[in-house]
Design a protein around this ligand. Structure first.
Ligand SMILES: CC(C)(COP(=O)([O-])OP(=O)([O-])OC[C@H]1O[C@@H](n2cnc3c(N)ncnc32)[C@H](O)[C@@H]1OP(=O)([O-])[O-])[C@@H](O)C(=O)NCCC(=O)NCCSC(=O)C[C@@](C)(O)CC(=O)[O-]
Ligand SMILES: NC(=O)C1=CN([C@@H]2O[C@H](COP(=O)(O)OP(=O)(O)OC[C@H]3O[C@@H](n4cnc5c(N)ncnc54)[C@H](OP(=O)(O)O)[C@@H]3O)[C@@H](O)[C@H]2O)C=CC1
Length: 422
């Protein structure tokens, strides 16, 4: 906030009073003050008075709202801080991620970082985790109304025949986005067109939505029959909801990580035998999940995904589908083979929250901040590191359950039972 501080204080106080007295709406502070940081302060002070609470901790932040309003947030009043721990070194033998990584994890769950750290140690001592992105495509699926099934079928056929025109329209809105395919689905008279894009280093949800909007406009202008757009997102995408379609066809990155954990490492570091870890996986992750009607056959992918997503500025609501997936184990000559499959990991290294200063530093720790060279390689590198970290966390929790040490660990690390490891 440049300028004389006395006059700024007066202006801010005017807005605070206006908000408290109901003359000024919270979001009008930005326009009136002409500065997003001053507006954030005015809103916070007004709320403190109206609610009778202190918000100085929320107000204490390094964020420059001049940079953020209009991109990442509306009506800001400050920031919350989440502790960041680190797990590593974790050796990853991926196609894009190669080497030993220190993974930033933002969480308030005591024992979680220790858990992933021990898993990382076991994986690294065993030679590392292999990781591969086996499919890469962000989706947006508008729903269209047609009068009936004959028209619905005609509509789908017409879209298929015009795919090059549709691609041209969609790609005209973006430098990096490429339309891979359009997957049609019909229910009664309703048609969904599931647009699949490669989005380079962006997670791609804005990119895919803007491109699909343009394509849908072109389709409706040119289709000779009767069809109407019901919604640009018709839930066959599927964004921020658990869905079988993402498990089967993928969304974002589909990633697999695998490792062979040596028997002596399992016994020494994880304190559990490969056979016991394998038994827990089968009973818990496979049969237990099936008996519960779960759509996701793993122990705690969500723990690792959420912690990395918060640290690196991903869209946290996408933890829902990004943390769905399968853990598979086999005992091989006394060692433990373990793999994790994440069909729908939605991550980026540009765009969204990845540009915020702390999140960007976290990405830099992984050598994956900003656009890759060539574009797309940074986001795939991040996806491989995340999959390998999920593997480490999953391996460790299965071992901790096999050794029956879950409750003890959380008593010690989740309730202040061990202030330091000494
Ligand atoms: C806590 C441990 C790792 C101790 O395990 P330990 O074997 O007693 O640890 P240790 O002291 O022998 O150390 C072994 C290694 O663990 C790591 N380690 C050990 N302690 C720390 C620490 N303080 N900070 C950082 N790293 C730590 C570290 O890598 C260390 O090696 P070193 O670096 O010393 O060579 C173990 O008991 C454990 O993993 N317990 C399980 C905890 C867990 O996995 N919690 C996950 C959350 S569970 C949940 O939220 C979901 C759930 C469970 O509801 C889902 C479901 O239904 O399944
Ligand atoms: N709109 C929606 O329906 C939804 C939006 N979101 C939000 O969308 C945001 C994420 O959208 P997303 O499209 O990823 O991000 P952005 O909207 O921030 O777009 C990414 C931008 O980065 C540019 N860019 C520069 N370098 C690269 C590169 N190497 N690779 C890819 N793009 C590059 C792109 O340009 P260009 O396009 O010209 O290539 C594009 O302008 C998040 O904030 C998320 O919360 C989440 C869910 C739904």
């Amino acid at each position: 906030m440049a300028g004389d501080s006395g006059s700024w204080n007066e202006k801010i106080e005017e807005v605070v009073k206006g908000i408290v007295e109901g003359r000024i709406r919270l979001h009008e502070a930005d326009r009136i003050l002409g500065n997003a940081n001053a507006a954030a302060l005015a809103r916070r002070l007004a709320l403190e008075r109206m609610l009778g609470v202190g918000l100085s901790s929320i107000g204490s932040t390094i964020l420059d709202f001049e940079e953020i309003v209009g991109r990442n947030i509306e009506n800001p009043i400050g920031a919350v801080q989440v502790p960041v721990g680190v797990a590593g070194p974790l050796r990853v033998n991926g196609e894009y991620a190669r080497g030993d990584f220190y993974v930033p994890l933002a969480t308030t769950e005591g024992a979680l970082v220790a858990s992933i750290n021990r898993g990382a140690k076991a994986v690294t001592l065993s030679g590392g985790a292999r990781a591969r992105v086996i499919h890469d495509g962000m989706t947006r699926a508008p729903a269209f109304w047609t009068p009936g099934i004959d028209e619905a079928v005609r509509f789908v056929r017409w879209v298929r025949e015009r795919i090059e025109d549709i691609r041209r329209e969609a790609e005209s809105t973006t430098r990096h986005g490429r339309l891979i395919e359009v997957q049609p689905f019909i229910a009664g008279n309703i048609v969904w067109l599931r647009f699949v894009y490669s989005t380079a280093d962006a997670m791609g949800m804005n990119m895919a939505t803007i491109a699909t909007d343009r394509a849908a406009e072109w389709i409706l202008k040119n289709y000779p029959g009767t069809a109407r757009l019901v919604a640009i997102s018709g839930n066959m995408c599927t964004d921020k909801k658990p869905a079988m379609i993402n498990m089967l066809l993928g969304r974002g990155k589909t990633v697999v990580a695998e490792a062979v954990i040596k028997r002596d490492v399992a016994l020494k570091v994880l304190k559990a035998a490969p056979e016991d870890i394998d038994a827990v996986n089968r009973v818990k992750n496979l049969l237990g999940s099936a008996r519960a009607g779960s759509m996701s056959y793993n122990a705690h992918f969500a723990n690792i995904i959420a912690a990395i997503f918060i640290a690196t500025g991903q869209d946290v609501a996408q933890v829902v589908e990004s943390s769905m997936g399968y853990t598979w184990t086999e005992v091989r000559d006394g060692d433990l083979y373990i793999s994790v499959t994440l069909p729908s990991l939605e991550v980026g290294t540009v765009g969204g929250g990845t540009r915020l200063p702390t999140q960007r530093e976290a990405l830099a720790m992984l050598g994956a901040a900003g656009g890759g060279d060539p574009p797309g390689t940074n986001a795939r590198k991040l996806a491989e590191i995340i999959a390998a970290t999920v593997l480490a966390g999953e391996l460790n929790l299965l071992a901790a359950l096999a050794a029956n040490e879950l409750a003890r660990a959380h008593r010690l690390l989740g309730r202040g039972g061990a202030r330091s490891r000494g």
